[in-house]
Design a protein around this ligand. Structure first.
Ligand code: FES
Ligand SMILES: [Fe+2]
Length: 364
């Protein structure tokens, strides 16, 4: 694997972009499973999934990339948990469907667990020595909650509070109490491209005037800004005069900026796009080295603004992005292309992402 390694120069002015093989080599995609996806925070859902005590919600974390069977629960004392959904006896799936439970009971041989994952009971084990022990409990997985959103990490290398800090700091004014998930507006997009190409494209506004006519009409390209965080990027879309923007409190660091949208990206696969109408969460799920599912999950706090400005027509913008990203996937397979260079003015976010990938994949 050493010969597949790469580095990204920290100085964007001299750096080269990701080697093309990162987008197409199945062995590098395999490496990313444990080194990138298992070590970072992933979007798991919103708090309605486990709203009341006793509610359980099984799910598969990153199908295609991690395929980890997990379970969200809310126990009788109102604490929330993310647990392994694999029975500690012989390994079957414990909970098959969402519902309300007082205990978890494995249907294979009847082992019971409390909703916080602790082993409760098991028939026919009286003669088993040293049983039960802590390894008979369902393993806990790190669960982070920010406002209405739940994120999980199998082996996190950064604290959830640090990962989410950029959103906390900038969105304290937002009416989260009114935020409602709009299931009818949710969409899944299948993109025939590597997940990192989708992220590259997300992390720059450089292509907006070329690819997105409608968005270019709403945003002031010259004022578009990018800020880097340790494990994320925030892009600030500034509204053209007359286009809708946030009403930010006076003391807010961005007040007076006529902001049309915040585009928060959390390394590697989670995007929170914040508009005057609410938040569109984009979840990038790498299905295979050259196939990606992107879920758009709309959460609305002001429906009257839904069809206005930079936050409108998201389906069309997405299809424009998909078409160009799929063309890049065909291009990076070329024998005649390997690496490009960055625009220091416009591609700081992409450069930052590539540096994070190099750091997580090869420790550079
Ligand atoms: S696998 Fe769960 S009780 Fe046997
Ligand atoms: Fe785009």
């Amino acid at each position: 694997m050493r010969e597949r390694g790469f580095t990204i120069d920290p100085d964007i002015r001299v750096a080269k972009t990701l080697p093309a093989r990162v987008y197409s080599d199945p062995l590098l995609f395999d490496l990313q499973r444990e080194r990138v996806f298992a070590r970072t925070w992933q979007y798991a859902g919103h708090d309605d999934l486990i709203k009341v005590a006793g509610q359980v919600f099984p799910f598969t974390l990153m199908p295609g990339a991690l395929d980890e069977p997990l379970l969200l629960t809310r126990d009788a004392t109102d604490r929330t948990h993310c647990l392994s959904n694999v029975c500690t006896h012989r390994g079957t799936i414990v909970v098959e469907g969402a519902g309300h439970e007082q205990q978890l009971r494995c249907r294979y041989h009847g082992r019971r667990f409390a909703l916080d994952g602790r082993f409760h009971s098991m028939p026919e084990f009286e003669d088993t020595v040293g049983f039960p022990s802590p390894s008979d409990d369902l393993p806990h997985v790190a669960l982070g909650t920010w406002q209405r959103f739940l994120m999980v990490a199998l082996a996190p290398t950064m604290a959830f509070d640090d990962a989410i800090a950029p959103l906390r700091e900038r969105l304290s004014w937002a009416p989260f109490a009114q935020l409602a998930f709009d299931p009818n507006g949710a969409r899944d997009y299948l993109v025939n491209a590597n997940w990192a190409l989708y992220v590259d494209n997300y992390l720059e506004g450089f292509h907006i005037p070329y690819i997105h006519q409608s968005l270019a009409a709403a945003l002031d390209y010259g004022a578009y800004a990018v800020e880097l965080d340790r494990h994320g990027v925030v892009q600030l879309g500034i509204a053209k005069p007359g286009e809708p923007s946030f009403q930010l409190p006076q003391e807010h660091r961005d007040s007076g900026k006529r902001l049309a949208a915040y585009y928060f990206w959390l390394f590697p696969t989670t995007m929170f796009n914040v508009y005057p109408w609410g938040i569109s969460v984009n979840v990038v799920v790498p299905l295979a080295v050259d196939r990606t599912r992107v879920s758009f999950l709309p959460f609305v706090w002001d429906a009257t603004q839904r069809d206005l400005g930079a936050g409108s027509g998201l389906d069309r913008v997405e299809r424009e992005d998909e078409a160009v990203v799929e063309a890049v996937q065909r291009g990076v397979r070329s024998r005649l292309y390997d690496r490009g260079r960055y625009s220091p003015a416009r591609e700081a976010g992409v450069h930052h992402f590539h540096r994070l990938l190099a750091e997580f994949m090869f420790g550079s």
